[in-house]
Ligand binder design. Structure first.
Ligand SMILES: O=C[C@H](O)[C@H](O)[C@H](O)COP(=O)(O)O
Length: 221
């Protein structure tokens, strides 16, 4: 019997517990897959010292389940950061931000020694770009940034009605084939008004726990 996408998310959310050491502080991402991890962590009884959260959404969920949440500024490093992805390639580069949390996710990921990505198998791709790339932008720069993407042959549209946890906007960019994620991330990140581009190359995954019909597959990068 094949598992649903939701069941695959539950599976990898639970599998991520093996990367969490009692007494340590864990970095926690955002999204429907991470929700499964948060639920598994709360149910596991693993006595973590707390969590650094990447969004208001995850903070609220953790607090409701009795997990202590610390500010990013209260820690100097984290042993592990657990998060989902919208796409991941065979080298651990990711596209993230489908839930508009990309900036805080990148900040928390940058504090971590290891990024453990949890995803169902639909997220594994040969080349990043089929999923519309989220880019968080300062509102007054949105039109100019959209023109820059148009010059690359891509189409950027404003995510209607969305204001990020940082008070900014999200552009979703279609029509890209990101063959050199590291160079692309570095380039777009320095365009004026870009807060964060949703390519995670510098902060790529070290491990991916992929939910497949045959169970959890561990990819190490
Ligand atoms: O902003 C949201 C994040 O980058 C999520 O990690 C990403 O969108 C994956 O979310 P989900 O687990 O819901 O597919």
């Amino acid at each position: 019997m094949s598992l649903t996408q939701d069941e695959l998310k539950t599976l990898v959310g639970q599998a991520a517990l093996q990367y969490v050491t009692p007494g340590t502080i864990v970095g926690v991402g955002t999204g429907s897959t991470v929700d499964k991890f948060i639920d598994a962590l709360a149910a596991s009884g693993l006595a973590v010292a707390g969590a650094v959260s990447s969004s208001v959404r995850s903070t609220e969920r953790m607090k409701a389940l009795g997990i202590r949440v610390l500010e990013a500024g209260e820690v100097t490093s984290l042993p592990v950061y657990i998060d989902g992805a919208d796409e991941i390639d065979h080298a651990g580069h990711m596209v993230k931000g489908g839930g508009a949390a990309l900036t805080r996710e990148k900040i928390v990921a940058d504090l971590a020694e290891r990024f453990v990505c949890i995803a169902d198998e639909s997220k594994l791709v040969p080349v990043l770009g089929a999923f519309p790339l989220p880019v968080e932008v300062i509102p007054m720069a949105a039109a100019q940034i959209a023109r820059r993407f148009a010059a690359l042959g891509a189409q950027a549209t404003l995510r209607a009605g969305v204001v990020t946890d940082n008070g900014c906007q999200i552009l979703d960019v279609r029509g890209l084939q990101i063959t050199d994620p590291k160079a692309f991330e570095a380039d777009v990140n320095q365009w004026p008004g870009v807060v964060t581009v949703g390519v995670f190359a510098r902060n790529r995954a070290s491990v991916c726990l992929l939910g497949t019909a045959a169970g959890v597959k561990t990819l190490v990068f």
